[in-house]
Every structure is written in structure tokens, then in C-alpha cells.
Design a protein around this ligand. Structure first.
Ligand SMILES: N=c1c2ncn([C@@H]3O[C@H](COP(=O)(O)OP(=O)(O)OP(=O)(O)O)[C@@H](O)[C@H]3O)c2ncn1[C@@H]1O[C@H](COP(=O)(O)O)[C@@H](O)[C@H]1O
Length: 94
């Protein structure tokens, strides 16, 4: 899981740097709504996750959970944060 997150975060940082035209990630960095675009996505997906959990739909829980993690990593990159900032917080709670 760690490796998957690190690789995904590296791709996100690359999209932020190179802004390819066909990249959904790049479109979040250049969105006219600014960071609100990713914040709205996080809000929507949190609601969808709650509904999936209420329906006991394990496939949908995994789908919405992955959407949330991806958009959270985009938010970290947008704030010039590192994956290690999140890891440090989790480590401190152990
Ligand atoms: N992990 C993701 C990822 N998760 C979600 N999304 C996008 O986030 C959007 C989610 O919006 P929506 O919820 O409206 O779309 P949806 O899929 O219908 O979702 P539901 O409504 O079903 O919940 C979709 O357009 C997805 O394509 C992602 N887009 C990209 N990535 C990763 O980012 C990498 C780079 O992608 P590009 O930037 O597109 O090159 C990819 O290789 C992936 O690894």
C-alpha cells in the first residue's frame, strides 16, 4: 500500500509540474474554481462513501475510498505538502 501511494503521489506531482492537456489530475491544478474543485470532490465522495457503507456495498466502499485517497493526495500536492506529512501524523498516533 505504501508503495502504491508513493507511486501515485509521484504521478500527481509530475502532472502538477508538466500539466498534460489530457490529464484529469492536471485539470484539477488548473481548474477555474481553484482548490475548490478538489474540495468539492472530496465532499461529494465522502457523502458517496457514507451511502455505500449504509448500503453495505463493499465494492462501492472500496471505489469511493480510493477516490477519496486520490483526491486527498491531489490536495496535499496543491498545498505543497509531502506524503511524509501525512505519514508523520499517522506515525505520531501509534
Ligand atoms: N487515481 C486516480 C483517480 N481516482 C479518481 N479519478 C478521477 O476522478 C474523477 C471522479 O469524479 P466522479 O466521482 O465524478 O467520477 P466517477 O468515476 O463517475 O465517480 P462516481 O460518481 O462513480 O463516484 C473521475 O474523472 C476519475 O477519472 C482519478 N484520476 C486519476 N487517478 C490516478 O492518477 C493517474 C494520472 O491520471 P491523469 O491525471 O488522468 O493522467 C492515473 O494513472 C491514476 O493512477
Amino acid at each position: 500500500m505504501d508503495e502504491t501511494l508513493e507511486e501515485l503521489f509521484a504521478v500527481i506531482e509530475d502532472r502538477k509540474e508538466t500539466l498534460p492537456e489530457d490529464s484529469y489530475t492536471a485539470s484539477l491544478f488548473t481548474h477555474e474554481k481553484g482548490e475548490n474543485a478538489v474540495l468539492e470532490k472530496l465532499g461529494e465522495e465522502a457523502t458517496e462513501l457514507v451511502l455505500a457503507a449504509k448500503d453495505d456495498d463493499r465494492e462501492e466502499i472500496a471505489h469511493e475510498g480510493a477516490d477519496i485517497i486520490y483526491h486527498l493526495l491531489v490536495l496535499l500536492a496543491m498545498k505543497d505538502m509531502e506524503l511524509s506529512d501525512l505519514e508523520a501524523e499517522l506515525e505520531a498516533r501509534r
